[in-house]
Design a protein around this ligand. Structure first.
Ligand code: HEM
Length: 332
């Protein structure tokens, strides 16, 4: 065990020193950062300036846009299926358990798309907009910058069942969460690094209430949660009511993209059960949490690499899919 963990860490360290720009090349495919260089040279600049406007208005929007990319990519791949509204044969993913009353940022994507349609009509896909917006959101919050390979097309379908079944729930077991990542071609390092995006943003009370009152079905709070922190949370997240009350996922620096989330996990102050299990159920996962808590740079590097990897889940390319005119509707 000791030996396999030390090999594991050698691998982590090597990965840390590989420039992020080199990392995506290993994932192949026909996406590349210069895709819009001729067809819409200002595309990336326009996305960034719209995201910057939205984040200046509300810092939390950065978190919401990063989460959107995750909830898109885990369902049929990164194809902007999450953006489709119901109608014309589409049942929207917006009504799934992970998204209902929770996924946000759709208006910001609309604003970005409107600005891009003005500049270069029907050229930049909604699927690419989402990945660029997630990168810009991370960077604008103090996190890493990486080049986003682009060239995705948009789907002509959505999958409500895929959204319900593929995206892990906050009360899923560690193994279920890891399996759901593995089903998408992601591994333990991706799981721990990407969970680090909970360094920004909010959760509703309903997403973690169970931990405060009845974790094991025994009317007891979760023993892996710091008891003083639990008492504070109970004040605004009562046994019943207050479902939509909001809490910072990382109360130390809720709008700064840094490694403080991992430090909190080590202090038993993870908000979601799915956060805390990263330290309590698997030794290799715990070692990663410790490594990121000690080394912000390592976390930021791994996060960027894992975002590139996630953004490469089953993209539609070439003649597959379309460039939607309106991100909420398939073209008629
Ligand atoms: C590992 C499994 C994961 C689970 C179970 C999970 C679950 C959740 C839950 C329950 C919330 C709060 C939602 C609410 O109450 O409205 C949340 C928020 C968030 N999640 Fe995750 N998440 C996971 C992984 C990820 C990943 C991989 C990313 C991005 C790469 C991500 C990004 C975010 C962000 C940024 C927020 C805050 C959103 C906001 O403030 O609008 N999460 N997550």
């Amino acid at each position: 065990m000791a030996r396999s963990i030390s090999c594991f860490f050698m691998a982590i360290t090597l990965l840390a020193f590989a420039p992020v720009s080199l990392c995506y090349k290993g994932y192949g495919g026909s996406l590349y950062p210069q895709y819009y260089e001729k067809s819409c040279p200002r595309a990336l600049e326009i996305v960034r300036s719209e995201v910057a406007k939205a984040v200046a208005k509300e810092a939390r929007m950065a978190a919401s846009l990063i989460r959107l990319s995750f909830h898109d990519c885990f369902v049929q791949g990164c194809d902007a299926s999450i953006l489709l509204d119901s109608g014309n044969g589409i049942t929207s993913e917006k009504n799934s358990n992970p998204n209902r009353n929770s996924a946000r940022g759709f208006d910001v994507i609309d604003d970005i798309k409107a600005a891009l349609e003005k500049e270069c009509p029907q050229t930049v896909s909604c699927a690419d907009i989402m990945q660029l917006a997630a990168r810009d959101s991370t960077h604008l919050s103090g996190g890493p910058f990486w080049e986003v390979p682009v060239g995705r097309k948009d789907s002509r379908s959505a999958s409500l069942s895929g959204s319900n079944n593929n995206i892990p729930a906050p009360n899923s077991t560690f193994q279920t969460i890891l399996n759901r990542f593995k089903n998408q071609g992601l591994d333990l390092v991706d799981l721990v690094a990407l969970s680090g995006s909970h360094t920004i943003g909010n959760s509703r009370c309903v997403s973690f209430r169970q931990r405060l009152y009845n974790q094991a079905g025994n009317n007891q709070p979760d023993s892996t949660l710091d008891q003083y922190y639990a008492a504070q949370l109970r004040n605004r997240c009562p046994r019943s009511g207050g479902d939509s009350n909001l809490f910072f996922l990382d109360f130390v620096s809720p709008t700064k993209f840094d490694n403080s989330y991992f430090k909190l996990l080590l202090a038993n102050k993870g908000l979601l059960n799915s956060d805390q299990v990263l330290t309590t159920k698997n030794e290799a996962s715990l070692q990663l949490v410790k490594a990121y808590a000690e080394n912000n740079e390592l976390f930021l590097q791994h996060f960027a690499s894992s975002m590139i990897k996630m953004a490469n889940i089953s993209p539609l390319t070439g003649s597959n899919g379309e460039i939607r005119k309106n991100c909420r509707k398939i073209n008629s």
